[in-house]
Design a binder for this molecule. Structure first.
Ligand SMILES: C[S@@+](CC[C@H](N)C(=O)[O-])C[C@H]1O[C@@H](n2cnc3c(N)ncnc32)[C@H](O)[C@@H]1O
Length: 315
């Protein structure tokens, strides 16, 4: 599904955004998702709008390029018409095919991987064991650069109590456990005895087994059983995507001020941008990305690391 974007230079992006949503709201599905964000869905397709300091960012999608052109036209025409005190220029990028969207070119990916602190023996062995034992499922493991980022974030937040949703064979658990402050603990949640048996062995090998508690149960149950106070310093969410909004909510209300929640796969291989994908987990991730961006409890940033990583820091 084709996607096209435009950055409309203006000092009043939020005004135009609100005007467009309010005007099109009479004849289409147009709504504000936060003070400075909105979406417009017309018969031909839809457009996400986000106000930035330098202008209004537009992301248009439709089933084919012909319909995409109609969406682009509706949005651009209205914006230009609203601009009575300045001349707006809406220059759309060439359409990109949604499902083929990659955040980073493969070559850049490889270059980044080759330029972070290399994996040590226990991590290299775990990656090899995971490939042998789990086949295609091995693709669920975090990449080494993302693992390195987790160790660094855990250290930078001075985390003493970390929570992980989605253990699999334990690679990201090792990375988090290695960043914990002295005496710190990681609680990690999964439902698979089989995959986490590999994790337990790997934690021993990496010398971090003594600081990791593994809970085999649906993660929501484990999270809801935690004290209701701000006890979590850092959390990493990397499990069933449909439950991300519920995981986020349970975690964010327990994050201490300055605490960090890290969410993996927020880009869903480009599918968050493509309205053709309407399964529950696509809808849940789109909704959550919007919610976090407007969540007053946190400051957040979405990083183009692998399949998209959001960092949300509790105020
Ligand atoms: C993407 S993998 C995690 C990868 C891991 N972070 C790593 O780097 O190796 C997702 C994991 O979530 C687990 N999972 C799926 N649904 C779950 C649920 N409801 N509660 C807890 N874990 C779940 C799966 O068993 C799987 O091991």
């Amino acid at each position: 599904m084709p996607v096209s974007t435009a950055l409309v230079a203006t000092d009043r992006p939020a005004n135009y955004l609100k005007q467009l949503v309010s005007h099109l709201g009479h004849k289409a599905d147009a709504r504000l998702t936060a003070d400075d964000r909105g979406t417009v869905t017309v018969a031909a397709g839809s457009c996400v709008l986000a106000a930035h300091r330098g202008g209004l960012r537009l992301i248009a999608t439709a089933e084919d390029t012909e319909r995409l052109a109609q969406v682009q036209d509706v949005v651009a025409r209205h914006l230009v018409r609203f601009a009575t005190e300045e001349e707006l220029s809406v220059d759309w990028t060439e359409p990109t095919a949604g499902p083929d969207l990659e955040i980073l070119d493969r070559v850049v990916d490889d270059y980044l991987l080759a330029h972070c602190t290399p994996a040590d023996q226990p991590l290299r062995e775990l990656a090899a064991t995971t490939r042998e034992a789990t086949g295609n499922a091995a693709g669920m493991q975090v990449s080494h650069d993302e693992g390195t980022l987790l160790t660094m974030l855990t250290g930078l937040t001075g985390a003493r109590f970390a929570v992980e949703v989605g253990t699999f064979t334990g690679y990201s658990s090792i990375c988090i456990a290695r960043g914990l402050a002295a005496g710190g603990r990681l609680l990690t949640c999964d439902v698979s005895e089989e995959w986490t048996a590999i994790a337990r062995a790997a934690w021993e090998q990496a010398g971090v087994a003594d600081r990791i508690d593994l809970r085999i149960a649906p993660a929501l149950e484990t999270l809801r059983a935690l004290p209701a106070e701000a006890v979590i310093d850092l959390a990493f969410i990397d499990a069933d995507k449909g439950n991300y909004p519920a995981y986020y909510e349970e975690i964010v209300r327990r994050l201490r001020p300055g605490g960090l929640v890290v969410l993996d796969n927020v880009f869903l291989g480009g599918r968050v941008l493509d309205p053709a994908y309407q399964e529950d987990h696509h809808l849940a991730m789109r909704r959550l990305n919007d919610l976090i961006a407007g969540d007053e409890r946190v400051e957040s940033v979405m990083l183009p690391v692998r399949d998209g990583v959001t960092l949300a820091r509790r105020r």
